[in-house]
Design a protein around this ligand. Structure first.
Ligand code: HEM
Length: 268
């Protein structure tokens, strides 16, 4: 029996249409899934936002971007304005809380750290540097500078909030500049009103692109406030993904058609 004798295989055009029709839902879902993944990774730009007020309170929408580390219940908010970064930290503790970035490793080593706590009505916030994998010292004691330009904080029975501003690039050798691209960021807090109490499990690591307003940690929540606002690079991403998927579909269709032509050769 000739395998090429089936009447529906005679014209390549209907077959091409059938192949494209069959793969169209695939293209659609690939594009939707890609959009979902990109949104989940927080690959969106921040909208221009006014500089936050450093008053020890983080108001809804005050910062351009934020990341909530759900595993430890800690919030990191940030806005980049001119040559400065404004950072707001909030955690369920009455002890210290800290943010650090760009460890060279292992663990915390080489990391630029800002750590602070509130005792009474006073904020103790210091510019630190992780001088070993599990210890840190303040920049001044190491021969560097304290580069916090403004700061404020508040505390109630459950939460501590700290806000501060520093330059994106301080020039201090014990600081790490905030540059375009992703940074490894560490968040932690502990119950002690000091700079030494071990945080135990209240620590986490996240990859953050401060300038793009994007954060990524598997299983944790990252939602730049600017999602859907301002300039949105999601469009070009989607176009690239859609073009790629379309190219795959066209190539698959072409292969199938070519294969189909081969099948119609009469058997000897
Ligand atoms: C206050 C003194 C501190 C001590 C004694 C300390 C000690 C340690 C130790 C022993 C570890 C390894 C075990 C573990 O994962 O828990 C560790 C890991 C870690 N620490 Fe600290 N730490 C201190 C401060 C900080 C600060 C200020 C931060 C945030 C900037 C921080 C963030 C982290 C993170 C995120 C990890 C896990 C790193 C990873 O698994 O890659 N620590 N710390």
């Amino acid at each position: 029996m000739s395998r090429g004798a089936h009447p529906r295989s005679r014209s390549p055009l209907p077959r091409a249409v059938r192949v494209v029709a069959a793969t169209a839902p695939l293209v659609f879902w690939a594009v939707i899934a890609s959009a979902g993944m990109l949104a989940a990774w927080g690959l969106t730009a921040t909208a221009a936002a006014p500089a936050p007020v450093i008053d020890g309170k983080i108001a809804e929408g005050e910062y351009a971007s934020h990341y909530v580390a759900r595993s430890i219940g800690m919030e990191l908010h940030w806005t980049i304005e001119g040559d400065s970064i404004y950072i707001g930290l909030r955690a369920p503790t009455t002890g210290w809380l800290a943010v650090g970035w760009d460890p060279s490793g292992p663990i915390m080593q080489g990391e630029d750290i800002l750590i602070g706590y509130i005792r009474g009505r006073e904020l103790f916030l210091q510019d630190y540097f992780a001088n070993s994998s599990v210890t840190h010292a303040n920049d001044v004691s190491l021969g560097g500078r304290d580069d916090v330009l403004e700061s404020s904080g508040s505390e109630d029975e459950q939460f501590t909030t700290i806000e501060f501003r520093r330059k994106l690039d301080t020039g201090d050798r014990f600081d790490r500049p905030i540059t375009p691209g992703t940074h490894t960021v560490q968040l932690a807090y502990a119950p002690g009103d000091d700079f030494v109490t071990y945080h135990g499990e209240k620590r986490t690591v996240v990859r953050i692109d401060f300038l793009a307003g994007a954060a990524q940690e598997a299983g944790l929540f990252a939602r730049p406030r600017s999602l859907g606002e301002g300039s949105d690079p999601l469009g070009p991403w989607l176009l690239t993904v859609a073009t790629g998927v379309l190219a795959i579909v066209v190539l698959t269709a072409a292969c199938l058609l070519w294969h189909g032509r081969g099948e119609r050769r009469p058997l000897r």
